[in-house]
Design a protein around this ligand. Sequence first.
Ligand code: HEM
Length: 134
Amino acid sequence: MVLLAGTVAVAPVDAAEEESPLGRQMDEISKALKSLRKLAKSEERWTASAEQMRNAQAACIKAMALVPDRVEKMPAGTGKAKAVADYKRLLGLSLAALCELEVAFLEEDEKKVDGLLDEVKNVKKEGHEKFEDE
Ligand code: HEM
């Protein structure tokens, strides 16, 4: 029997480069938010921005069904249950703000948009401080 083990190329797994399922959803939210600056100069700014907010909301909902690595690694118990609940709370706040942003774009309300973008930034900061691995 010929052993083929040595001929199988195994790609090195670089943890820093491998994107997690949660990272992919985060990137979708980020892409949608970043597109807003460019869309601000476009003719269909308001409707296109509202559509981007719907994309971000969909990714946010998917992210809510996942658990960050940092939490997954915690020992089972109340501390972990609280961390999962807090994670969902912050993504819930993000989702609400992204829905309010959609409404603000449909209402073409610049001031409301600015305030809500600040809100998203603050929730993101808290979420990353608590749950993103260094
Ligand atoms: C709503 C605005 C937010 C934006 C635009 C955003 C954006 C991002 C981006 C770009 C990444 C890096 C993804 C990658 O690996 O390529 C990331 C990672 C991450 N974010 Fe967010 N984020 C937001 C909110 C939140 C919130 C509220 C939480 C927690 C409740 C959170 C938790 C995390 C975690 C745990 C990671 C690491 C994921 C992983 O690599 O497995 N984020 N985020």
